[in-house]
Write a protein that binds this ligand. Structure first.
Ligand SMILES: Nc1nc2c(ncn2[C@@H]2O[C@H](COP(=O)(O)OP(=O)(O)OP(=O)(O)O)[C@@H](O)[C@H]2O)c(=O)[nH]1
Ligand SMILES: [Mg+2]
Length: 373
């Protein structure tokens, strides 16, 4: 096997030199940034040191080698050898790709194999676009560093990107809170949990209002909770009822407003809810999302409900999935903070005011060796 080092300005230059020198069968074993002295030892220049290897130099180089060379086999246990073999497999699939795309593949491969966090997040259903952003941030770290970046720093960068995505909304002091969202995500159940939490644990005077006169049994569902908790309850059918209902709750510290579940694709119904919700002049509007919702649907719910100007999200049914990617995806798509997470059907217990650490641990808790922060 012939192994050679090249000090070059960029990878394209490396590829041309390697191809001329060792032929197209050569593989890149490693590359790192180095500083080389300029004239009279002054003005050190940033260069790349590329190490390339080839089994033997061919007279007429062929672009793709379909069989791994025997001498490469002797590196069987090494990480470098594993990467080279994977790279060769990819090159085989690529057919007669050019030298520069060969390098792009090499860069991607090295990169992907390096971040354990990205691989884990991908297995948990985290959106590819978000993963791409985390990868870009890692690339930036590598490119801006003069030294070879250690795996630990790469993982830390990936984990920091997740932490930066998590934002929490403290809405305890807000008086009129409205919950909106698609059908069956758990709006009414969450209102019941919040009403119990504020009444029983925080000793606040709570009032309940429902706008949901559409679904049979919806009024009864919330009224039952109001009766159990012995708190005021009002039904609002149209905008003219809003003022009266609020007047009757003027002595309440907190007013929780439940709305009808609507498909985010039905713009007419969404705009009806928007007009009615506006009448309440609420202090906060929360979009309730189930983490079991498919990514594509989650995206369109978040987008289509944005006309209601919600300020935070409430995530439900966290207990129903191991694919916690939905939590990060909802934060990524909405760019909104989380106000609550709900992890079961039990009223009042299955609700939590989250913390950054809590969300971080839910999302990354199962990762091998645990998340390190
Ligand atoms: N596993 C689980 N189930 C939940 C959770 N929150 C609500 N549910 C269940 O989801 C179902 C729908 O809950 P609702 O509170 O009626 O949902 P909604 O959003 O008010 O529904 P609509 O008013 O019809 O739009 C019920 O069976 C709830 O018990 C949760 O956090 N985890
Ligand atoms: Mg409901």
């Amino acid at each position: 096997m012939i192994i050679r080092k090249y000090i070059v300005k960029n990878m394209n230059e490396a590829m041309i030199k390697i191809k001329n020198d060792l032929g197209s069968e050569a593989t890149i074993v490693s590359s790192k940034r180095v500083r080389v002295s300029g004239a009279l030892g002054l003005f050190k220049k940033k260069m790349i040191e590329v190490t390339a290897a080839v089994d033997k130099v061919h007279q007429k180089p062929v672009v793709v080698d379909k069989k791994p060379s025997e001498s490469v086999e002797s590196f069987k246990e090494s990480k470098v050898e594993k990467e080279i073999n994977e790279l060769k497999k990819m090159i085989e699939n690529l057919g007669s790709k050019t030298a520069s795309s060969y390098l792009e593949v090499a860069a991607t491969l090295t990169h992907n194999t390096k971040s354990k966090t990205i691989q884990y997040l991908s297995s948990k259903g985290v959106d590819n676009e978000l993963l791409g952003e985390i990868e870009s941030s890692i690339k930036l770290l590598i490119e801006s560093s003069d030294e070879v970046v250690r795996d630990n720093d790469i993982e830390k960068r990936a984990l920091d990107s997740i932490v930066n995505l998590i934002d929490i909304r403290d809405e305890e002091e807000e008086r009129i809170k409205v919950l909106i969202g698609p059908t069956g995500v758990g709006k009414t159940t969450t209102i019941a949990k919040l009403a119990s939490m504020y009444t029983l644990y925080k000793r606040k005077k709570v009032g309940l209002i429902t706008l949901d006169t559409y679904r049979i049994g919806a009024v009864e569902q919330l009224k039952t909770y109001a009766e159990i908790l012995n708190i005021p309850f009002e039904v609002v059918i149209s905008s003219k009822d809003v003022e009266q209902a609020l007047d009757r709750m003027s002595n309440c510290d907190i007013v929780l407003v439940d709305t009808t579940g609507r498909s985010s694709k039905n713009f007419m119904q969404i705009s009806e809810i928007r007009n009615l919700v506006k009448e309440f002049n609420p202090d906060s509007i929360h979009l309730v999302l189930s983490v079991t919702t498919k990514d594509k649907d989650m995206k369109s719910i978040i987008e289509n409900y944005s006309t209601l100007n919600y300020q935070s999200i409430i995530l439900t049914k966290v207990d129903e999935t191991d694919e916690y990617g939905g939590i990060l995806n909802s934060l990524y798509y909405s760019k909104m903070p989380i106000a609550y997470i709900c992890n079961g059907q039990d009223v009042p217990d299955d609700i939590e005011v989250p913390s950054k650490d809590k969300i971080y641990n839910i999302v990354l808790g199962d990762m091998e060796n645990g998340p390190s922060r």
